[in-house]
Ligand binder design. Structure first.
Ligand code: UDP
Ligand code: MG
Length: 317
């Protein structure tokens, strides 16, 4: 891996981005040129557009961009698989062809100039550099608060992600190799990459409005993305079933005291005492049993993923 004169690959997942891509590819090429002139990156650095089954002529556009400048390369997925898969396909394609890859969206909402700082950090020895939004001034109040709500909720559910980091990041060749070991189908890169470890850095940037086109991520997609993230990384929700059961049993003890009191006071309908007690008791037992079964399913779930159990970062012999 060459940190002195690195070949950088900028990976852009593209779904119906015919409006935004001409603008963004041009701007990114200009930044690559600027970095090459400064001697930060090799002039062989390139862009890889990963077309995610677009229906609006994005692929034809990528081919014509490639005709005009060979540094714009492209792959096209057989059908629309979603942002995470388009991105992974791109990262795996550039793996072995570059010293570091930077993933960025086609709409330039993430300030492309932050790439320069990412490359500097990579040259100084970082293996993974996360782009983190310094503010969300340009997002609507609704988008901003729902997004922050999701981060807190995910954290509470046992999913560790980098706060305010989307998929704008630099990964070097070593990190890409380690990423390739994760064979899971429910892909949530924001959860996987922090698990890789290695030497990481952070670059803050301003989030801008889309340069063109419209968002492909409405609230419903964000919600299911967040739930996918949690259920792909954490079995905490399962443990919560167990503890809910435990709480039910504790409530049962209080109900017992109340029922006995009412019983001896004599103001009860026949059958009420036993019903009251059994509802909480049986409910508690059922929930706890579900939780126990869930613990085993949680273990199976981790095994089935077949994730690497460890990754060696460095060796001396
Ligand atoms: N994208 C993709 N496949 C999809 C949806 C989106 O490859 O099914 C790409 C899209 O082209 C863009 C990036 O993922 O480059 C982020 O999408 P978008 O900007 O619409 O999401 P938002 O920023 O609004 O959350
Ligand atoms: Mg966007």
């Amino acid at each position: 891996m060459n940190r002195e004169n690195p070949v950088i690959a900028v990976v852009i997942p593209c779904y119906n981005e015919a409006e935004a891509l001409p603008i963004s590819s041009k701007e990114i090429l200009a930044i690559i040129d600027e970095m090459a002139t400064e001697g930060l990156v090799s002039p062989h650095s390139f862009i890889l557009c990963s077309n995610d089954g677009s229906r609006d002529g994005t692929w034809d556009l990528i081919k014509s961009l490639n005709g005009a400048d060979r540094r714009v390369k492209g792959i096209s997925l057989a059908h629309n698989r979603g942002h995470q898969y388009a991105l992974l396909a791109g990262l795996m394609w550039v793996r072995g062809r570059c010293d570091a890859a930077i993933s960025i969206d086609a709409d330039l909402q993430d300030d492309p100039r932050a790439m320069i700082e990412m490359v500097r950090k990579f040259r100084d020895g970082d293996d993974i550099v996360y782009g983190v939004r310094s503010s969300r001034k340009t997002d609507t109040w609704f988008k901003r608060s729902t997004a922050h709500g999701f981060y807190s909720f995910q954290k509470a559910m046992g999913l560790d992600t980098v706060y305010d980091h989307a998929d704008y990041r630099l990964m070097d060749a070593k990190a890409l190799d380690m990423l390739s070991e994760y064979g899971e189908s429910n892909l949530f890169l924001r959860g996987i990459v922090p698990q890789i470890g290695l030497k990481t850095g952070i670059v803050a940037y301003e989030r801008n409005p889309r340069v063109a086109g419209e968002s492909k991520y409405p609230l419903s997609k964000m919600l299911s993305f967040s739930i996918d993230g949690i259920t792909s990384f954490s079995s905490k929700p399962i443990r919560m079933i167990f503890f809910t059961g435990l709480i039910f049993l504790l409530i049962d003890v209080c109900v017992l005291a109340y029922v006995l009191y009412s019983f001896f006071e004599g103001n009860v309908v026949p059958g009420w005492s036993s019903l009251m007690l059994s509802i909480w008791f049986v409910g508690g037992i059922i929930l706890m049993s579900l939780g126990i079964v869930g613990e085993y399913i949680g273990k199976i779930f981790v095994e089935v993923k077949g994730r690497p159990r460890y990754s060696i970062a460095e060796e001396v012999e």
